[in-house]
Design a protein around this ligand. Structure first.
Ligand code: AMP
Length: 149
């Protein structure tokens, strides 16, 4: 057990999936979850993860359902904040910058006037509730009911 695991050996993202620790979740279906990154690069920076624990892309065979959530969430983030672009990234292995060893895709809005660099500056997550509300508003009515209805 590492400091990021609970007594059952579950990682932080598994604990977010199970609502054992607080995450700024705004979308959930039977296989995937989307929530705000705790140290966002930009407003609306979101992580999309599978509920099933796999460490990285190399263990993700048969998980093409991830794509549907990535597209759905990217559309909602774009509608909510109207960024100039959206970057999707996914790191595998420490050498590639992976810090959390539960597969995740970063959906990172890029705004006009910000530079696209490798070493982004990160901020504390502020106004999380307001950001969540804006994205939730843009998710399909049906999906929102599924989670909150
Ligand atoms: P990576 O470097 O691709 O493994 O990215 C891991 C990401 O997880 C970083 O952007 C962290 O800010 C984010 N992160 C770590 N812990 C949490 C958490 N409890 N809730 C939300 N995001 C987290």
């Amino acid at each position: 057990m590492t400091e990021d695991q609970n007594e059952n050996g579950e990682c932080v993202f598994c604990q977010i999936v199970k609502d054992q620790i607080q995450g700024y979740k705004f979308y959930e279906d039977d296989k995937t979850v989307a929530f705000l990154d705790l140290n966002p690069i930009s407003k609306g920076h979101t992580l999309v993860i599978p509920k099933k624990h796999v460490a990285n892309i190399h263990e993700a065979e048969g998980m093409s359902y991830m794509w549907d959530t990535i597209v759905k969430v990217s559309n909602s983030v774009r509608e909510a904040f109207d960024p100039a672009g959206i970057k999707i990234t996914q790191n595998n292995g420490e050498a590639a910058g992976q810090e959390m060893f539960h597969l995740h895709f970063h959906i990172t809005p890029v705004y006009d006037g910000t530079e696209i660099e490798e070493n982004y500056s990160r901020e504390e997550l502020e106004e999380a509730e307001e950001i969540l509300d804006k994205i939730k508003e843009k998710m399909d009515e049906e999906d929102i009911e599924e989670i909150y209805g």
